[in-house]
Design a protein around this ligand. Structure first.
Ligand SMILES: *Cc1c(COP(=O)(O)O)cnc(C)c1O
Length: 389
């Protein structure tokens, strides 16, 4: 039998897993405004070594509670043209655009939905810049859950349409993600429901670890480098968690070198890794809406993991992101949203520092069809219409 419990990522205090607890109450009591969440909880697994081919053995909710939906098991591409152009014969793309709602967020929503089912919870409340919300809406629809979604009213329209299409209740806010986050917490405290806010709900980090276990299975080992787009730092932490579990249970010997890639206009994690603290937030400004955050909610834990595992943090400009997005599409046929192509932008930037025979995996985290306006910025539409050929 496997045992799962929570451990505070700051003070180490352990707690039983239950919907009553989201953050370590001791550390959360020290929360100051304008800083990442204090008292983020990680899930710890103990007991029999899990079978890496059976992802459910790594997760703290039993298989029977998961919605009937093909989340995860996404393809690993061996992009021939891109390998040749960049000179990396062992480059891989982990294509998480192939998830049911088009982003890696489905991995978290999937576990959150299972968790809600297990504890008899019928309503989920979530704040999102777009993808977490549309993901929770879609996975929640499949699981038969009511989803209340707080979003900046400026979120890409496709993501809002998606959420409405799945039947979620939309609560647009006149402000950024940080305001949506605060209002959603107020709402769930007042009106009940399980809050799925990223980092705040420990299942969001835990659910995303499946991406690392799949990479391990698909490559047949641990890659040398993984490039991860970073906003709140939850995908980053989830990826580390998966590799940590593989190592802890003796299935793998090492943890890959992870490059956290941020947009220059939204790079609080990189700043904190360099300076050691999250000083006052700088308003974020980037075309990559999914990684545009002023206060990275999982900032403390993300930086701690980068330190512990010798990870790196780099920034790329919007221009580099858009160019990477275009190169990816033109050489592979994979259309990612700007945040989803940020991993490639980061890799292109630092590839000269990486041995050419290294095994490198880029996480492609969301589909381009969610945000066609951004991609359009560097495209040229032909004028008028042709009369004859
Ligand atoms: C959410 C998201 C990210 C960033 O994940 P964080 O956990 O916020 O760091 C990157 N890409 C896409 C497409 C996303 O939806």
């Amino acid at each position: 039998m496997k045992k799962f419990f929570y451990r505070c990522t700051q003070c180490g205090q352990e707690y039983e897993i239950s919907p009553e607890i989201m953050l370590c109450p001791v550390c959360a009591a020290e929360q100051k405004p304008d800083e990442p969440l204090r008292g983020v909880l990680q899930v710890v697994a103990e007991g029999k070594t899990p079978d890496p081919r059976n992802i459910y053995e790594f997760l703290p909710v039993e298989k029977e509670f998961f919605p009937d939906m093909p989340v995860g098991s996404t393809p690993l591409w061996r992009p021939k043209n891109l390998r040749k152009i960049l000179g990396f014969p062992n480059l891989f793309l982990k294509d998480d655009t192939a998830n049911p709602t088009g982003s890696l967020k489905d991995r978290a929503s999937f576990l959150v939905a299972a968790f809600a089912k297990k504890f008899g919870i019928k309503k989920i409340v979530v704040a999102s810049t777009g993808n977490a919300g549309s993901s929770m809406a879609g996975v929640g629809a499949c699981a038969g859950l009511e989803v209340i979604l707080f979003v900046p009213k400026t979120a890409p329209r496709a993501k809002l349409v998606q959420a409405l299409q799945y039947g979620a209740k939309l609560m647009p806010v006149d402000g950024n993600y940080d305001l949506a986050f605060d209002l959603s917490l107020q709402y769930s405290k007042k009106h009940g429901g399980l809050n799925r806010n990223t980092a705040y709900n420990p299942m969001t980090i835990e659910g995303k670890k499946t991406v690392a276990i799949e990479i391990f299975n698909q490559i047949g080992g641990i890659p040398d480098y993984v490039f991860v787009p970073v906003g709140d730092g939850v995908i980053l932490a989830g990826t580390y968690r998966g590799f940590e579990d593989l190592q802890k249970f003796g299935l793998a010997k090492k943890i890959p070198t992870i490059y956290a890639v941020q947009s220059e206009g939204s790079c609080a994690v990189c700043r904190a890794l360099a300076t050691g603290n999250f000083d006052r937030p700088i308003p974020s400004k980037t075309i990559a809406d999914s990684i545009s955050v002023d206060i990275p909610r999982n900032g403390y834990y993300a930086v701690e993991l980068l330190r512990r595992h010798n990870g790196k943090c780099i920034t790329v400009s919007d221009e580099e992101i858009l160019r990477a997005q275009k190169i990816l599409s033109e050489t592979t046929g994979l259309f990612a949203e700007p945040a989803g192509a940020t991993s490639l932008a980061g890799f292109i930037k630092v590839k000269d520092q990486i041995p050419a025979d290294a095994t490198v995996v880029l996480l492609i985290t969301g589909t381009g069809l969610k945000d066609i306006d951004s991609a359009t910025k560097i495209l040229e539409f032909p004028d008028g219409a042709i009369k004859s050929v």
